[in-house]
Design a protein around this ligand. Sequence first.
Ligand SMILES: C[S@@+](CC[C@H](N)C(=O)[O-])C[C@H]1O[C@@H](n2cnc3c(N)ncnc32)[C@H](O)[C@@H]1O
Length: 188
Amino acid sequence: MSEPSIVPPHTRTIVELGMGDGRLIESLAKGDPETIYIGVELDAQQFAQAKSRMHLQNAFVVHGSFEDIVARFPDNSIDGFIAVLPDPAFIDEKREEQWRPFYRVVHAKLKKPGAFRLVTEITDELLQPVGNDAFDRWTVWLVETFKSLGFKVADLYEGPPPEYSSHCLNQFRGDPERIRMMTLELAT
Ligand SMILES: C[S@@+](CC[C@H](N)C(=O)[O-])C[C@H]1O[C@@H](n2cnc3c(N)ncnc32)[C@H](O)[C@@H]1O
């Protein structure tokens, strides 16, 4: 018999992958009490920080690898995933073959329709400012990659969503020429 779902029926559920210290998920959950927010974090210290700030009825944090945890959700059960500045192991162009299977699983777990908001960044290898050619080429690669994984690109824009705040976002915002960020609004 399959394991019972940990996702309550008839509720919107949003999952943040690699939530760090949890400040983003806390603010999203506060502003959207009808939705259940689940944050996943592998690092014990980051997880402990996130757990200590979660006092809302609609926000939960899980300690572990999102690769293991996402695989346990039923297919077509999650309304949205959010990934803000994933580690290179889950977005670096050179490691694409390693991380592709994970985003296929993310797609499978999303409802149809469902949404995946990805905020990621490009830097220059020599830490010089990122020129428009490099930025445009990278954008095309991102779009084509996620399309090839079955996602539609509903929107994309340079920079993170303005209302988002996280530890890494707040650091990266301080160096906008050398760390150029992109938000992809992906849909199933
Ligand atoms: C660059 S940080 C970004 C953290 C946060 N989203 C922010 O914007 O401040 C990436 C985070 O993903 C976490 N992480 C990396 N691999 C993970 C995995 N397989 N499962 C869960 N969390 C993971 C790291 O521990 C780290 O906290």
